[in-house]
Design a protein around this ligand. Structure first.
Ligand code: CA
Length: 231
């Protein structure tokens, strides 16, 4: 990936030697520099010493649960964390996301899919650095300063709650946002298990934003986990 002269450092915390060796080969000419760790403890030490730009974290580590690594990292750093988890580990990935991980990818994954997720993470790092009041992606444009939303240049009206929900998805665009995160931030902590609110309001948003709300292209459902705004 070319991104000016910037090379992003990716810390890989993974005990599966086959995955590490695959990524080592692939990253060699990708514009990302790979830092390797094979346990949670090594990963935490490398995060402190090497200051990676992105952390790629396996959930099943020989010295413990990757969720604990997320919790420890979030004590002091905002570096994007991308979880790698097995198909059977829904609960683990939801806990990791709720603990502050940014996104997940399910094993076995294609390298192409992984690179797309890494590019999303890079985009978020850049957005954080340039903090613009205007967001634009595909047909969607938002002016955060004035709370205007346009779809294909047409101004769309939202209720305050709908706007709050949409702007949260936009803030995390391309990344999954869990049910719990959405409920907590939009409705409040006491509502974080009330997922029926979400279903109803996502329906309202889709009706306003999707040409065919029943097969959404913009607000994607991540089964059992949350929602993702496509970019
Ligand atoms: Ca593992």
């Amino acid at each position: 990936m070319s991104n000016g002269n910037l090379t992003h450092k990716v810390l890989l915390v993974e005990d599966d030697a086959a995955i590490t060796s695959l990524l080592r080969t692939y990253f060699r000419d990708s514009g990302f520099r790979l830092i390797e760790a094979s346990t949670g403890a090594q990963g935490l030490a490398a995060a402190i010493e090497k200051r990676p730009d992105i952390i790629l974290l396996d959930l099943g580590l020989p010295d413990g649960d990757g969720v604990d690594v997320v919790i420890a990292l979030r004590e002091w750093c905002r570096t994007p964390i991308l979880i790698m988890s097995g198909r059977s580990d829904d609960d683990g990935k939801i806990r990791a996301l709720d603990a502050g991980a940014d996104d997940y990818i399910t094993k076995p994954f294609s390298v192409g899919e992984l690179m797309a997720r890494l590019r999303v993470a890079v985009r978020h790092i850049e957005l954080r650095e340039t903090e613009s009041p205007i967001f634009e992606s595909g047909p969607l444009k938002i002016d955060f300063a004035h709370r205007y939303v346009w779809l294909n240049d047409e101004l769309i009206k939202f209720t305050p709650l709908e706007y709050k929900l949409l702007s949260l998805l936009v803030k995390h665009c391309g990344k999954v946002v869990t049910h719990r995160q959405l409920l907590r931030e939009v409705w409040g902590a006491e509502y974080q298990e009330d997922s029926q609110y979400l279903r109803v309001y996502m329906g309202y948003l889709r009706k306003k934003l999707e040409p065919t709300p029943e097969s959404p292209k913009l607000i994607l459902t991540e089964h059992r986990v949350g929602y993702r705004l496509a970019i």
